[in-house]
Design a protein around this ligand. Structure first.
Ligand code: AMP
Ligand code: FE
Ligand code: FE
Ligand code: ZN
Length: 285
């Protein structure tokens, strides 16, 4: 069984439509794919309708969260919420708030870039996002299209990273509130790329232990942004805290180099996830 539990469509910052994501999953020889767009369930129905025979779809959402440390430093982090009730009013309200914050934040970043003479427009970004959940990859594409940078990676490195002055943060949800919301809506929270240091500061092992006490069920151990040491560390934490160890490509179409299936979830770990009570079941034959 080939299981990839984290992929994005153009409902957020991926470049494939949900239809294209599930078709690409079948072509990549996957048996199971999870569609996990940022702060939205908008791609689910199209993915279900386009599901190739033999492919199982695990619906999910990648929830934008923040943890404020004791020294008041804010660490941004992502929770994958699998098999969660899409009609839960509190979650939908929170995700709508986040999508709005993504929008106003992107507008502010465009203003910062335009003020320094970078030739992009808000209209361009709005077009690229196509009504979906807006993210920095949309800004990156606009900068590539304008010839400012050669590729999305360079756009992040030179202009869009949280270490650059054009960066504006969005109003993410406190991670402990998010864990409670996901569990109350019958979802399974898994900590996405928990030690992806190249994206910025990461939370401590103690915080991960506190998250496990607060209802976290898994850790994404296999991820393109984890080096061998990070994987080993995450695997050790999963063992110590009795968390399910998942793996995924975090596919974003042409916005990232990683193809679907580049990292996989062990079938035994997937079975552990499915054994937990959830609001929804995966969509399968
Ligand atoms: P945002 O959610 O708007 O803060 O933007 C973060 C998103 O940008 C994440 O979903 C990442 O997948 C993506 N991202 C971060 N760094 C890079 C990079 N170097 N190249 C492509 N995408 C990236
Ligand atoms: Fe993304
Ligand atoms: Fe993420
Ligand atoms: Zn992701």
């Amino acid at each position: 069984m080939r299981i990839d539990l984290h992929a994005h469509s153009n409902a957020s910052d991926g470049t494939d439509s949900p239809t294209e994501v599930v078709a690409a999953a079948a072509t990549a020889g996957l048996d199971v794919v999870a569609l996990t767009d940022h702060d939205t369930t908008a791609g689910w129905d199209e993915a279900f309708a386009a599901r190739p025979t033999g492919l199982t779809i695990v619906p999910g959402v990648e929830f934008s969260c923040v943890h404020t440390r004791e020294d008041d430093r804010r660490i941004s982090l992502h929770l994958l919420a699998y098999l969660v009730d899409p009609d839960n009013a509190q979650l939908q309200a929170e995700w709508e708030r986040l999508r709005l914050s993504r929008r106003t934040r992107a507008e502010a970043m465009v203003e910062n870039l335009v003020a320094d003479g970078y030739p992009i427009t808000w209209e361009q970004i709005d077009d690229l996002a196509g009504g979906g959940s807006i993210g920095r990859p949309h800004l990156a594409r606009a900068l590539v299209d304008a010839g400012v940078v050669p590729d999305v990676d360079a756009a992040f490195r030179d202009l869009l990273s949280s270490r650059r002055r054009y960066y504006v943060r969005k109003a993410d949800t406190d991670v402990f509130d998010a864990l409670a919301l996901i569990r109350a809506a019958g979802g399974l929270p898994v900590f996405a790329h928990p030690i992806a240091r190249r994206r910025g500061p990461v939370v401590s092992d103690e915080t991960i232990a506190a998250m496990a006490d607060a209802g976290l069920v898994g850790l994404e151990v296999e991820h393109p942004d984890h080096g061998p040491d990070d994987r080993e560390h995450a695997a050790g934490l999963a063992r110590d805290l009795d968390l399910i160890a998942t793996g995924s490509s975090d596919y974003h179409g042409t916005n990232k180099a990683t193809p679907l299936g580049a990292r996989l979830t062990d079938p035994e770990q997937y079975a552990r996830l499915l054994a937990l009570p959830t609001a929804l079941r995966p969509v399968a034959d």
